[in-house]
Design a protein. Structure first.
Length: 90
């Protein structure tokens, strides 16, 4: 069993963004992550096509860690980690 601090932080309920267009799905995901505790894990459900192609890359560029992307045939599950500290600009 791994007792690292990152693994002990519970994840929030999944965020179902199927049917949500870009960039709304990215904005909603980012807002939820900003409200979460540092190190928390968020599971996001995204449609194939533009959402799965754009949202994980955009989150990575914002400093969030993409831990897994799972293909569930009709949608994708992205597991994204809120880092301990986010870089913000004034």
């Amino acid at each position: 069993m791994n007792d690292s601090p990152m693994n002990s932080i519970p994840s929030d309920p999944p965020m179902d963004l199927r049917g949500t267009p870009c960039p709304i799905n990215f904005v909603r995901t980012k807002l939820r992550l900003e409200q979460m505790s540092p190190g928390a894990l968020l599971e996001v459900w995204l449609d194939p096509g533009e959402p799965i192609e754009q949202v994980p890359d955009s989150l990575s560029m914002e400093g969030y860690g993409i831990e897994a992307i799972e293909d569930h045939a009709t949608y994708f599950v992205v597991k994204v980690r809120r880092p301990a500290a986010l870089h913000t600009e004034c």
